[in-house]
Each structure stands twice: as C-alpha cells, then as structure tokens.
Ligand binder design. Structure first.
Ligand SMILES: O=C(O)CCC(=O)C(=O)O
Length: 273
C-alpha cells in the first residue's frame, strides 16, 4: 500500500461522521470479486458439510480468515484499510472476519428480518460516555453479489443512529424512522461503525447474497471472534497483516505502541493530519 496523506475526502469523512456508514464504490476489481467469490464458495461448501446444514440454510462463518488464508488480502486492501486508518487510527487490529451467504427465500413476508435491528457491541453494551456510546470498532463489508435493488438480503441501516445511545424511534409500520436498504454492486464496500443501528432485510430474489465483513478494533480491545491466530496463519502474513492479526512482541505495545514500532507498521501509512 503506497503512503499517501489521506484516504478519504473531506466530504466522505463528514458523510461517515453524519451517517455512521459510508459506501465506497468499486473497491474490488472484477477479477478480485471473482477470486473472493471462489473463496466464499469453497468455505460455504466445507461449512455446510461440517455443520450438516440444509442446502438452503443461511451460512455465517466467523473467524473465516483462520479457515482460508486467501482472505488475507482483504485485511489490508488499500482503499478500505486506508479509510479505516482515517476512522480508527493506526493502532488497530482485526476483530472479526465474517462470511455470509444469505440464501433467497421467496416466501419471506415483507416484514421478515434475517437479523433484527441492533447496534454492534458487547451485550450488555458499552457504558455511555457523555450520553453516547463510544466508537469502539468499525467494519468493512465487501459485497460480492448484486445488491443494487432492494429485497436481496441487503444490509439496512439507520443513518445518524450512532449519535444517540438508544434504539431509534419507530414509524407506524414498526420500522425505525429513516431506515434505508444499502444498494451495492459487486465490488462495492460499506463501512459502518459499532454504534450504527442495522439489520438485514429479506432476500426474495433468486440469488444468494455473498459477502465478507472485515472488522477492526483498537489493539487494546479484545477481538470478537478469536483469542489468537495460529502461527501457521501468521507465518503467511505480511508485517501489516501480522499487526492486524494481533501479533506483538510485548503486550505493553497494545497500549504504548510508539515504543514498539516493529509491532505497528501501519503507523507509517497513517495520514499525517
Ligand atoms: O448481514 C449483514 O449485513 C449484517 C450482519 C450483522 O448484523 C452483524 O454482523 O452484526
């Protein structure tokens, strides 16, 4: 990844601050989309056998990177990781690598929710600070299939809901006011942070939704879906990927990273504001 002063424009940054999410178009090239669709297909096949899932059951694979090192390239994909540097800074690591295959179900009722409205975070939730929850982590959703129309199992979000530490107000239909379905094409990425209320809508289309979420948190927090990554995976990682996988030479480096420069190569890429 080349060093450059800023990865998000001022307008993208202010959109993210205002809405709690941001869509970045065309982050993955068409060959990259094909490549990661192949990885997801292999993971799905193995997982269905391992868990004895019905062919049409939704597949959710946590810590997917530990199952397939071909996902390493999504950890430090230049544009999305650059955006994370702007949002969370450079003292970050992976918190989750989460693969989803959301199969279609034409019979789903209009108000069906594959996942109901929630903000991410531990439950019980983080304590509020000054009336708001703190921003503790953020995710990049790499969307690999066509979600350019609603009703395909799209991510749904409530813009601005990260700025208030309570469930959003509901409208007459029982849905949060202002909720939107995020429309994406293969290769688009959606960034959103832990406080943003989100849900998943029905997939009444004829194709499965396939995507990978890569989540990042500050290095002094614990990851969601692993305690430590394997030496075998770390051996395949570049120095930046190793930082993101949680490698360290001294536990104090999580808290005082400036003293342990070799643990945090991402520091060199961070925008100088
Ligand atoms: O599938 C989605 O897009 C959202 C998943 C979700 O709600 C979550 O991972 O917290």
């Amino acid at each position: 990844m080349e060093q450059q002063p800023h990865f998000l424009t001022e307008s993208e940054k202010s959109d993210f601050e205002r809405d709690g999410f941001l869509v970045l178009r065309g982050v993955l090239s068409p060959p990259e989309v094909e490549f990661y669709l192949g990885v997801v297909a292999d993971l799905e096949r193995q997982f269905r056998v391992e868990k004895e899932l019905e062919p049409h059951a939704t597949v959710e694979i946590r810590n997917a990177i530990a199952r397939d090192a071909r996902l390493l390239g999504l950890l430090d994909h230049p544009r999305a990781l650059g955006a994370m540097l702007e949002i969370l800074g450079w003292n970050i690591q992976l918190t989750t690598s989460h693969v989803f295959v959301r199969t279609p179900d034409p019979d789903q009722a209009e108000n069906f929710k594959a996942i109901d409205w929630h903000a991410d975070g531990p439950h019980p939730s983080f304590p509020t600070v000054g009336g708001v929850w703190p921003r503790m982590y953020a995710k990049v959703g790499y969307f690999l299939t066509d979600l350019s129309q609603p009703g395909r199992g799209n991510l749904r979000v409530v813009p601005g809901s990260h700025r208030c530490a309570r469930k959003p107000d509901l409208d007459e239909s029982g849905e949060p006011r202002g909720a939107v379905q995020v429309l994406t094409r293969p290769g688009d990425a959606v960034l959103f942070e832990n406080r943003t209320w989100h849900a998943v809508g029905p997939n009444t289309a004829g194709v499965s939704r396939r995507n990978v979420y890569i989540g990042y948190c500050h290095r002094y927090l614990k990851a969601i879906d692993f305690a430590a990554q394997s030496p075998e995976l770390l051996a395949q990682a570049s120095p930046i990927q190793a930082q993101l996988l949680g490698a360290c030479t001294d536990p104090l480096s999580f808290y005082l990273p400036d003293r342990y420069g070799s643990d945090v190569p991402l520091r060199e890429l961070a925008p100088k504001s």
